[in-house]
Ligand binder design. Structure first.
Ligand SMILES: Cc1cc2nc3c(=O)[nH]c(=O)nc-3n(C[C@H](O)[C@H](O)[C@H](O)COP(=O)(O)OP(=O)(O)OC[C@H]3O[C@@H](n4cnc5c(N)ncnc54)[C@H](O)[C@@H]3O)c2cc1C
Length: 444
């Protein structure tokens, strides 16, 4: 197809969940519309389409977007169990920061699911939806961009090559080069939005064989059920997944939140180093931590609330726009919801080249506030899991022995309520609102 036959060209920086999803939605919604085809070029820094981390939870409101578009069959074919409507049992929350045996304080009932997926499988399914008009270019790290007077975005890659497009979608994650370049171009007063900030939390991620733990500790409480082992400033999430138990040990220094972080963002961590951090915690925890051969330590960074996600023909989605802490497991789901609204708006027959900035601003109007709310909820959950939430501090002189069981149960109930919004499905209403506003843009 020649250049002139496309209604416009979209460049996407980053081929993760968000980048692939927006390309997939453009493909799906332009299907069969021969005069509305869109050329999509995805530029990925890595030499291949890949992802770090094993599992990702997708909640009902984000899953519904994929389900409505027929993704369920593909997911089931890959061997994943799609949750049924209604509540399901989630992790059990325990008090664990004590040298004696801890106790369960909250049996978490979760709204619908979530759907637990292997990240590579999600990427494969999204990739399988791309039309022939989408091309993936690997080993293409966006370094910067600028925007010409006619609105087209000029991309410069770290290998010196360049590309041009009518729209640049920054889906390049928490340390987004697109975000950096966009806010740099907006002036000095926007400098604070260029870089992601340190959340104050290091996440030690690893996985260990279930059988080995079971052999030494046949009744270990981490074997059968996901658990959140809570305590002051730290918590551990354990999740039996197939033959392994996935473990993430979170350690926070609240005073470091928002402070500069000068060390490498991801490093290897020895098992003994992680075990030492939890040496005064309940006896059951250490064997499970030690069952992991080695860990990766991640300095969790977030994107503080941005004043905008769009500038002219440049738009940020997913972590590039709103990277958040992982304590509700919704960052990937929000990237999917961003991609759905953006992809569908661009693919709409009323979306024409002359209206690009207005259409992108409409996307921002619809997605900026909900994603920032999701980030705030996630942050609040992290503080609750680590007894640092202003309503559940437990470190004043009235708590010399830590929180009481009743106080922790109240905390557990609040955690439970914090997940209810994830079952609110608004896919149709969200799209109906977007479409009616798009019609108004087209008429002016
Ligand atoms: C410990 C942990 C657990 C989590 N659990 C969940 C969960 O259960 N559920 C959930 O929904 N979310 C979860 N999240 C959040 C989720 O992982 C992210 O929100 C999601 O991956 C964001 O997708 P994205 O496509 O925006 O960014 P990314 O997944 O980061 O993808 C960005 C892509 O851009 C590429 N890239 C980067 N820079 C450039 C560049 N300059 N040029 C070109 N390409 C570039 C990267 O290589 C990458 O492929 C978790 C996060 C963490 C840290």
């Amino acid at each position: 197809m020649s250049e002139t036959e496309y209604k416009f060209r979209v460049a996407i920086s980053g081929c993760g969940i968000g980048g692939l999803a927006v390309a997939a939605f453009i493909s799906i919604f332009t299907q069969g519309n021969s005069d509305g085809r869109i050329a999509v070029d995805i530029y990925e820094a890595k030499p291949e389409v890949s992802t770090i981390g094993a599992g990702v939870a997708i909640w009902k409101r984000s899953w519904q977007v994929l389900q409505d578009l027929g993704f369920e069959e593909d997911i089931v074919k890959k061997g994943f169990k799609v949750p049924k409507d209604g509540e399901s049992r989630g992790p059990i929350f325990r008090k664990s920061d004590q040298p004696t045996e801890g106790y369960d304080f909250h049996d978490h009932m979760m709204p619908y699911g979530p759907l637990g997926l292997y990240r590579p499988a999600l990427l494969e399914v999204l990739q399988s939806k791309l039309s022939a008009d989408c091309k993936i270019h690997t080993s293409k790290r966006l370094e910067r961009h600028d925007v010409s007077d006619d609105g087209s975005a000029n991309l410069v890659f770290s290998d010196g090559s360049t590309a041009t497009a009518d729209i640049l979608v920054g889906a390049d994650g928490v340390h987004s080069a697109t975000r950096g370049s966009m806010f740099k171009s907006l002036g000095d007063e926007y400098e604070q939005y260029i870089r992601a900030t340190f959340s104050g939390t290091i996440a030690y991620r690893g996985g260990g064989p279930k059988a080995k733990l079971a052999e030494a500790f046949p009744d270990h409480r981490g074997l059968e059920h996901p658990k959140v082992w809570c305590g002051k400033n730290m918590h551990v999430v354990s999740h039996p997944l197939g033959p392994n138990i996935g473990i993430i040990c979170y350690c926070s220094k609240t005073e470091m939140e928002g402070k500069p972080y000068h060390k490498p963002l991801v490093t290897d961590a020895a098992t003994e180093e992680v075990a030492k951090l939890f040496q005064n915690w309940e006896p059951d925890l250490l064997p499970m931590i030690k069952n992991v051969e080695s860990y990766n330590a991640w300095a969790i960074h977030v994107v503080d609330p941005l004043p905008c996600h769009v500038s002219g023909s440049v738009v940020l989605i997913g972590d590039a726009a709103h990277a958040m802490t992982p304590h509700q497991g919704v960052g990937g789901g929000q990237a999917i919801e961003d991609a759905h609204i953006l992809g569908r708006l661009l693919a709409h027959p009323l979306a024409i080249k002359g209206k690009i900035p207005a259409i992108l601003k409409l996307y921002e109007e619809l997605r900026l506030a909900p994603t920032q709310e999701a980030a705030e909820k996630s942050r609040a959950n992290g503080m609750m899991y680590e007894f640092n939430h202003p309503n559940f501090l437990f470190n004043d002189p009235t708590h010399p022995d830590g929180p009481s069981r009743e106080e922790l149960e109240a905390l557990g109930n609040t955690v439970g309520l914090s997940f209810t919004w994830l079952a609110d499905v608004h896919t149709d209403e969200d799209w109906a609102e977007a479409e009616s506003k798009l019609k108004a843009i087209a008429e002016h």
